[in-house]
Write a protein that binds this ligand. Structure first.
Ligand SMILES: [Zn+2]
Length: 338
């Protein structure tokens, strides 16, 4: 395991029922049972992909269907992120070209999806879901976007199936409105969060942690505040030790809010993963993250990120376990016996 620290970050915070499905704005959210976890979904905004494209777009619908039967989950469709939201992070020129079909062939190839108006709408909704989840997590302690985690998007370019960096946009949205001072990004997807690391480089108000496969994509890594690169074949013990240490350091940075990028792709049978982490190991990862956030008293917004298992149902099961663990936490903390 290789541990690389980019910089020292000063410690201490800066001052600083039945399933109901409906569309609403944050200001008009319905009053619901306090046990409910809000989960935002946008799987109906499908983008056209060529046959045999390796991105498993259906995982989002399957995931929503899987968790929809749990009456502790309140599903909502997010508003799309606006240009004003996006340009808090992305260059205006990039946003204008990405949303109007003005990207070059090379830029499109780097993203890995063919450009279409549906791609723009889908990317805006997915980013909007993370903004909503972050806002809601401040109130409930935990909220979930059943999409998001597009951590390979840079200020001026997308790549690796990522057009806009949802977590960065949501971070800036919360900060711009004075809702949080310091954020920790807990990126436990198997691929390094290179876009996020680049966006927040040198910014003392955001601590970026990435636990990832050292030899996996992206092959040119950016410097996070804490990078923990794992060897191919890393097992549960190695992975969980890295998660425990990394999350502790990230939260000790004085964060008053956390994003959890809960990729399903560290899984041993992931086609793009290269690690040997079991489903039980990933469930333990989720528990470690929620325990650490709870101990630190930090609200957490959860986003899904990657998952490319040989059998898409394995990816869906791993994502669903994360969501259901989040639900369990909120249900327990809402209990009068606690
Ligand atoms: Zn990934």
């Amino acid at each position: 395991m290789g541990v690389v620290r980019k910089k020292q970050v000063a410690g201490g915070a800066e001052p600083g029922s039945p399933v109901r499905i409906r569309v609403s704005t944050p200001a008009a959210l319905p009053d619901v049972d306090p046990k409910a976890v809000f989960a935002w979904y946008c799987d109906q905004f499908v983008l056209p992909l060529p046959d045999h494209h390796r991105f498993p777009m259906e995982k989002y619908r399957l995931l929503r269907e899987r968790v929809a039967g749990d009456d502790r989950i309140h599903l909502e469709i997010p508003e799309p992120a606006t240009n004003a939201d996006l340009i808090r992070v992305h260059c205006e020129d990039y946003v204008a070209r990405a949303t109007s079909g003005g990207l070059s062939r090379d830029e499109i190839r780097r993203i890995g999806f063919p450009w279409s108006p549906e791609l723009v709408e889908r990317s805006r909704r997915s980013t909007g879901g993370t903004i909503h989840a972050a806002e809601r997590a401040r109130r409930d302690g935990i909220s979930v976007n059943l999409a998001g985690g597009t951590h390979h998007a840079f200020t001026d370019a997308g790549e690796g199936f990522c057009v806009f960096n949802d977590v960065a946009v949501a971070t800036r949205s919360l900060q711009a409105r004075g809702m949080v001072a310091r954020c920790a990004v807990l990126d436990l997807d198997v691929h390094q969060g290179n876009g996020t690391a680049s966006i927040f480089q040198g910014d003392p108000t955001v601590f970026t942690l990435s636990v990832h496969g050292a030899s996996n994509y992206p092959f040119r890594k950016e410097a996070s505040d804490l990078d923990i690169g794992l060897e191919d074949g890393a097992t549960d013990d190695i992975f969980l030790t890295a998660v425990r240490d990394g999350v502790k350091q990230a939260l000790d940075s004085g964060a008053d809010f956390a994003f959890y990028i809960a990729g399903a792709d560290p899984y041993e049978h992931d086609r793009l993963g290269r690690l040997s982490v079991t489903k039980a190991g990933l469930r333990e990862r989720d528990r470690l993250v929620f325990d650490a956030c709870e101990e630190a008293g930090v609200p957490v917004a959860v986003v899904m990120s990657g998952g490319y298992a040989e059998d898409v149902h394995d990816t869906v099961e791993i994502h669903a376990s994360t969501v259901l663990e989040a639900v369990r936490r909120v249900s327990v903390s809402a209990s009068p016996h606690r």
